[in-house]
Design a protein around this ligand. Structure first.
Ligand SMILES: Nc1ncnc2c1ncn2[C@@H]1O[C@H](COP(=O)(O)OP(=O)(O)OP(=O)(O)O)[C@@H](O)[C@H]1O
Length: 538
């Protein structure tokens, strides 16, 4: 539960709007150079991946409301993300085969499965040792099934191969768990976060991009909210308007069967009067408020949004929000208007050691999930390359890439509003299906562009960093860093727009000078990722 003794930091307030860069784009769009290798078409298919542990806990085990479970099924979520294992479909199929054939011994082993399920809930009380114990039970389960099959059915060839299968997977699980336990880096994100967060525990969670952090707080809050007309129970804050819009859409998806829970989104750049209207009567007052800090604070200060009934306070991309002093100040002010006793949850893919204590000042005894070994933030479905080139050669190279690569959707990141506008203009002139988004365009246009891209009406998005974090566009399989990001964190978030939730993707970064090369070197060192030269250029 939250703590109100957070620091005020009013010094050195910075402007978090995008900086204008006066650098002109070189219109260097000349003849093509030698064709580059395409990425494997098969690999680039828009295929949803999986981060599911064998025999992992299912959403059913979380004892969620039936309405939520129905919505989860509708959304196509099969298992909560676990973060480490890949699904092993052969295992699943053969297990089903055995179930049908040899019910009795499998029934016995199911008892062990029950113990495992029980242990999945023990962490709520006992934290990590119980998680480990749960996995040990899983191992016993495999060994038990294996031995029973061995004793009774050894003579049949399928049984002996199954025995092998169970033993191999049993030891795999044990080794993996022992390794994770020893490293102290459990990252069973949804599996560990959802059970605890639905019980009202404070949560500070780091998990790699695209692992489904949004679903954790959306499900946890929808599960707990008891909608009272006219009362706001949940405030979710994030750093950009498009992300707020996206989170609201996630609430809409998951609350399909709980229509009594109302969610609305509030952000700047649109007339505040229409927001006032929503709070004017009980029927239209949302129970869940999603928004950006500036607008939400304005509504709170002016007394339209009454924060006194808030029971859950969520910060998405919390490091970004608390790192920037003006945003942190707004967040703190809103936080202080909410009751002392409430659940606080914070999420990000990047949580440096410096920012963690700041986050924890808002919380009481939170469940803390970190990825201390930063190598584990690397997206394994994502192939990462760089291209050394002159600044003046960027446009031509980009043209070549877009001509040659097979892509579903591409995000191209640049460092300034002006460069976004000019590069987009250039691409449109070259007949590429491109649009752009940046912080200096009217808000309706920003949301319209976001929707256009999300709905696949445009295939290329030229963007500044407003689009670099949190935005989830399922079909994006290529990210191009036309301009080098300002540091490793920004790099990680940008390239994380592709390769989400286990899908395949490609990231290509242009390196135009020594400063760029240094940043790329830092990325490789921090995340232990091998970013190689783009093939086909030598
Ligand atoms: N258990 C699940 N099964 C299937 N898909 C899932 C599951 N959980 C989340 N997803 C999907 O994975 C995608 C990524 O989720 P989300 O945007 O919440 O990631 P994130 O962890 O917040 O990433 P980022 O750090 O980039 O903001 C979304 O399209 C979401 O619908």
């Amino acid at each position: 539960m939250s703590d109100h003794n957070t620091h005020d930091n009013h010094d050195e307030l910075i402007d978090y709007e995008e900086e204008e860069d006066t650098t002109q784009l070189e219109n260097d769009n000349k003849a093509s150079i030698a064709p580059v290798e395409t990425t494997n078409g098969e690999d680039q298919k828009d295929k949803k991946g999986s981060y599911v542990g064998i025999h992992s806990t299912g959403f059913m085990d979380f004892l969620l409301k039936p309405e939520l479970l129905r919505a989860i099924v509708d959304c196509g979520f099969e298992h909560p993300s676990e973060g480490v294992y890949e699904r092993h479909d052969d295992y699943k199929t053969s297990t089903q085969r055995v179930r049908q054939r040899h019910r009795a011994p499998v029934c016995l082993s199911s008892c062990v499965s029950l113990v495992h399920s029980f242990c999945s809930f023990l962490p709520i009380m006992l934290r990590r040792p119980a998680v480990f114990f749960g996995h040990l039970c899983q191992l016993v389960n495999y060994a038990f099934r294996g031995s029973i099959l061995y004793i009774y059915f050894f003579k049949t060839s399928s049984s002996s191969s199954l025995l092998m299968e169970h033993l191999v997977w049993g030891s795999h699980v044990l080794l993996l768990q022992a390794w994770k336990y020893q490293k102290g880096t459990f990252v069973e994100m949804q599996q560990e976060c959802i059970p605890q967060s639905i019980l009202g525990m404070d949560v500070l969670c780091q998990a790699k991009s695209g692992m489904g952090k949004t679903a954790v707080f959306v499900l946890a809050t929808l599960q707990q909210v008891e909608p009272t007309p006219g009362e706001v129970s949940v405030i979710v804050l994030c750093h950009t308007r498009e992300l707020a819009f996206q989170i609201r859409s996630e609430y809409t998806r998951f609350s399909r069967y709980t229509p009594d829970i109302k969610t609305d989104v509030f952000y700047g750049g649109v007339p505040i009067r229409q927001d006032y209207e929503k709070f004017r009567n009980k029927e239209t007052t949302p129970h869940i408020v999603v928004g950006t800090p500036g607008r939400v604070l304005a509504l709170v200060k002016e007394g339209h949004l009454k924060a006194g009934s808030v029971k859950h306070f969520v910060l998405d991309e919390c490091d970004k929000m608390l790192d920037q002093l003006d945003m942190r100040r707004d967040v703190q002010e809103i936080f202080r208007k909410t009751p002392h006793s409430k659940q606080v949850m914070m999420f990000s893919a990047t949580l440096s050691r410096d920012i963690r204590p700041i986050c924890k000042k808002f919380m009481q005894n939170p469940l803390e999930i970190y990825v201390d070994d930063e190598a584990r933030l690397t997206l394994h479905g994502l192939t990462q390359h760089f291209i050394n080139l002159q600044e003046t050669a960027k446009n031509r190279k980009l043209n070549d890439l877009l001509d040659t690569l097979e892509f579903n959707q591409v995000c191209i990141f640049v460092k300034s509003v002006q460069r976004a506008t000019e590069l987009n203009k250039l691409l449109v002139e070259c007949n590429f299906p491109s649009i752009c988004i940046h912080g200096k365009m009217p808000q309706e246009d920003r949301i319209a562009r976001y929707k256009e891209f999300k709905e696949f009406s445009a295939r290329i998005m030229v963007a500044t960093d407003v689009f670099g974090r949190g935005i989830d566009i399922e079909r994006v399989n290529i990210v191009i860093n036309y301009d080098m990001p300002d540091g490793p964190d920004t790099y990680l978030h940008r390239v994380g727009r592709a390769g989400r939730f286990g899908t395949k993707g490609l990231a290509v970064t242009f390196v135009a000078n020594q400063e760029d090369a240094d940043i790329l070197q830092k990325v490789q060192e921090r995340f232990e990722v091998n970013i190689t030269e783009y093939p086909g250029l030598k």
